[in-house]
Design a protein around this ligand. Structure first.
Ligand code: AMP
Length: 401
């Protein structure tokens, strides 16, 4: 499936300049994706906009192309700031933006932690007009006087929900307060919890809203299942599912960093020949980069990840998501499952969520959120065990005493 499937709108209809249109042709973008169709015409007018869409839907171009239209390439100062929750996402946005800009003569800087500051400072000194980065490093560059926001006229908050989850609210507020007040603000978020709405109310003026939310994508394009399991049988169950599904690439989500490490250890002992890795926030940046690179190159078949890091992964080969631990929040479920069935990949994805007996209520909350009752995943050899579980679950689901 491709990101523009079924969309007959043309880029010419979206109010983009001839130079941008030529550039899009050069990189082979023929039609806009739905989020691009909806957001670009609003954002090019300079209006504040809220776009509800996830990574993988073409949202980078949706907010970046309107920025390109407005950037003055003769001016050697930062005019656009994009804040993103993680280094990985920032780097992804940076790479995609550079590809999009091609020979438009726009200069970019990347402002992320875990990387030497020298190159970032050089890019700013060399007259970058657009900076993309994480709130910590962006503030660092501001405090040290390398990043000046006087000429800024667009601030973009990418994956705003995740930035707030991580606890970046005070940083985002400080940065927005340092931006000129007559700027345009674009906010992108996969979900719209009250915290994000509050931020929008406080820092945006009469924003236009575009909703291409992940919930719908998740429901429409990804086959989802639950499976009941005792905590101590999760690993054998996982191995069975992997044997049955033969995934092209799979991400196994755990709730905690420790859980991820433990599972990785057990896994490596059992499957020595498999190409597996583990990624979470405690891993040094170098290792995280390596893992993502290997995943993208198809060298990894299985990745164990926690929510914060897993969220930034946008790789087209992911065919399966296993929620080894049921996610803590319904939003996390939507984000995790959204890692598969990427719009740029050829196949729909499959997601299986492990649910212990005590977690029935959490599963129901997820089902309410995505407005779908998940079918049960059948695994040979686990039936006897499952039958017992199913009975209990049916009582919970249908209120039978
Ligand atoms: P994003 O959601 O911005 O991460 O984009 C997901 C993928 O879709 C990236 O690989 C983009 O290069 C690609 N993409 C975005 N917009 C288009 C388009 N209009 N036509 C073809 N590919 C696109």
């Amino acid at each position: 499936m491709d990101v523009t499937a079924g969309n007959q709108t043309t880029f010419e209809q979206l109010g983009l300049s001839a130079a941008t249109l030529r550039q899009l042709k050069t990189i082979g973008y023929e039609h806009p994706s739905p989020i691009q169709t909806a957001l670009i015409p609003l954002a090019v007018t300079g209006k504040d906009c809220i776009g509800q869409a996830r990574t993988g839907t073409g949202k980078t171009a949706a907010f970046m192309l309107p920025c390109f239209e407005q950037v003055d390439t003769k001016l050697d100062s930062i005019q656009v700031l994009v804040l993103a929750p993680t280094r990985e996402l920032s780097e992804q946005v940076y790479a995609e933006s550079k590809k999009l800009a091609g020979n438009l003569k726009i200069r970019f800087a990347l402002g992320v932690g875990g990387r030497p500051m020298g190159r970032q400072i050089d890019d700013l000194r060399n007259g970058a007009q657009i900076i993309i980065g994480t709130p910590g490093r962006i503030q660092d560059l501001m405090k040290r006087g390398y990043l000046k926001l006087d000429d800024l006229f667009i601030a973009v908050l990418d994956e705003a929900d995740r930035m707030l989850d991580i606890g970046f609210r005070p940083d985002i507020e400080r940065i927005l307060k340092a931006c000129p007040s007559d700027r345009q603000t674009l906010l992108l978020s996969a979900t719209m919890p009250p915290d994000v709405m509050k931020l929008a109310q406080k820092y945006m003026i009469d924003p236009a809203s575009v909703d291409l939310s992940e919930d719908r994508v998740v429901v429409d394009t990804i086959e989802q299942f639950y499976v009941t399991v005792d905590e101590d049988r999760k690993l054998p169950l996982l191995l069975r599912i992997l044997a049955a599904e033969k995934p092209q690439q799979v991400i196994v989500f755990t709730r905690t960093k420790r859980g991820a490490d433990k599972l990785y250890e057990k896994f490596s002992r059992r499957l020595k020949s498999e190409r597996i890795a583990c990624i979470h926030g405690d891993l040094p940046q170098r290792k995280r980069d390596r893992v993502i690179k290997d995943l993208r190159a198809g060298e990894l078949r299985l990745l164990i990840a926690t929510d914060v890091v897993g969220r930034g992964i946008d790789v087209s080969g992911i065919s399966h998501i296993i929620n080894f631990d049921i996610p803590e929040s319904c939003d996390d479920y939507v984000h995790r499952v959204g890692r598969t069935g990427r719009l740029s990949s050829d196949q729909n994805g499959r997601a299986v969520t492990f649910v212990t007996l005590a977690q029935g209520g959490e599963l129901t909350n997820i089902e309410k959120r995505i407005n779908t009752v998940l079918p049960e995943y059948q695994v040979d050899g686990f039936e006897a065990f499952q039958k017992k579980e199913r009975k209990t679950r049916n009582i919970r689901r249908f209120g039978v005493d």
